[in-house]
Design a protein around this ligand. Structure first.
Ligand SMILES: Cc1cc2nc3c(=O)[nH]c(=O)nc-3n(C[C@H](O)[C@H](O)[C@H](O)COP(=O)(O)OP(=O)(O)OC[C@H]3O[C@@H](n4cnc5c(N)ncnc54)[C@H](O)[C@@H]3O)c2cc1C
Length: 384
């Protein structure tokens, strides 16, 4: 079986790679990292790559899933800040469930890279069991009045709009009383409070929603059917190849480091344990890549991946952790040095990956939840 890209797809992958080598850069001292990221995203938008697989009718390039995969693989390998909630999740969900007016209003600013969206799903008491969410939306004439709070909302402090899940029928079974809203962040009553993570970054937030009045036109899909729309958004979120390929460059760097670094006059890579670990990881990356290809292939055949997306998501995020663990061990004490230390091997990349990768098995559904999905939907096992 040949898993290679077609000549056209491979040529495009190389075009993207060449673009990244020129355009991708780290923020310089004193520069706002967010501004650098958005400027880069707008460059992707200008090339039509941000919404590559979207239909031309909605400003996309109508590229097939395999072309999109070739693009995703290139940007993930270079760890480019190319993932954008609007283009990856919100736009595709609106295309599936939105009215004509909602598509006209919300899609063009996503295509141009102007609109920044955030995802208001998790609540203090509703993460894994998302359907138990307590945010309330009550109908009042042609409006809904929303009250409640969200947590862990990535980049809410930068976003123009939020996808909000709120309970519209408190008496219905929990999955059947939820609605999905598209809300502007500057609507009176929406406030954002920062949550700083353990690396000192401000990405997460709490979002408080107090007597927020939104017109009926902000309801996406049918009232009380929001759960089923949210699962589509989550499927888009979990399907990406970036979880596997996103740490592959770090792996390649680790192999180069082991070859170039000498201990007692011999390269680290001559150590039997190091060689075995690097060989194991090579196999795992190949497996992860195939799992991601399978998800993309299913999408190209209009088959909705569900447990397959969970397999790929879980495997990729746990692999990043195994890689980080192997990297800091292979590097020895230096592997624990953070970026900024003049002695940190590979500029502290592995120390950072070690800490940052701990979030990967929580974000977009924990590994336990992915295993539950695989056991239930994939294997048909009874609920535990
Ligand atoms: C980097 C990152 C970014 C995020 N960004 C966003 C965002 O933008 N928007 C948003 O809405 N949310 C976001 N989240 C939140 C994320 O979706 C939740 O953290 C996640 O769903 C887990 O929910 P929780 O934190 O409430 O943990 P809990 O659900 O309280 O789980 C606690 C522990 O119990 C385990 N557990 C729970 N239920 C079961 C079960 N049935 N079987 C076995 N084990 C179980 C879990 O696996 C976990 O280990 C983000 C999280 C991270 C880490």
């Amino acid at each position: 079986m040949d898993f290679a890209y077609s000549p056209e797809e491979e040529a495009f992958r190389q075009e993207v790679e060449a673009f990244l080598k020129v355009e991708l850069r780290d923020p310089e001292d004193g520069e706002d990292a967010w501004e650098v990221r958005r400027t880069f995203i707008k460059k992707l938008a200008a090339k039509g790559w941000l919404t590559l697989a979207w239909p031309e009718e909605w400003g996309g390039k109508g590229a097939g899933h395999m072309m999109q995969l070739a693009y995703n693989e290139a940007v993930a390998y270079y760890d480019a800040p190319a993932n954008d909630i609007g283009s990856d999740r919100v736009g595709p969900t609106i295309m599936l469930y939105g009215t004509e007016e909602q598509k006209q209003r919300y899609l063009p600013p996503i295509v141009s890279g102007d609109a920044v969206w955030c995802q208001g799903f998790s609540e203090p008491e509703a993460g894994s069991d998302l359907a138990s969410l307590q945010m309330r939306a009550t109908e009042d004439g042609d409006e809904f009045v929303i009250n409640g709070s969200k947590i862990w909302t990535s980049f809410a402090h930068k976003a123009d709009a939020i996808i909000l899940l709120a309970r519209t029928d408190p008496d219905a079974p929990k999955h059947r009383g939820i609605s999905y809203f598209l809300v502007d962040m500057d609507t009176p009553g929406v406030t954002v409070r920062p949550l700083v993570d353990m690396i000192g970054r401000h990405q997460f937030n709490e979002v408080f929603v107090e007597d927020v009045r939104v017109p009926r036109e902000t309801l996406l899909g049918e009232k009380n059917r929001g759960w089923y729309i949210a699962t589509a958004t989550l499927d888009f979120e979990r399907s990406g190849i970036q979880r596997v390929i996103g740490s592959m460059r770090s792996y390649d760097m680790l192999v180069a480091y082991a070859n170039e670094t000498k201990r007692n006059g011999r390269p680290l890579s001559a150590n039997a344990q190091v060689r075995a670990k690097l060989a194991d990881l090579k196999i795992e990356f190949e497996v992860g890549r195939m799992l991601s290809y399978r998800v993309a292939w299913m999408q190209s055949q209009s088959i909705v991946p569900n447990y397959e997306a969970s397999v790929s998501k879980m495997y990729g995020s746990e692999l990043a952790q195994r890689l980080a663990n192997a990297g800091v061990r292979i590097m020895g004490l230096g592997g624990q040095l953070a970026p900024g230390s003049p002695w940190a091997p590979l500029l502290g990349r592995f120390e950072e990956l070690y800490i940052a990768s701990s979030a990967l098995t929580v974000a977009a559904g924990t590994s336990e939840i992915q295993r539950n999905i695989i056991a239930g939907r994939g294997l048909g096992l009874p609920r535990g």
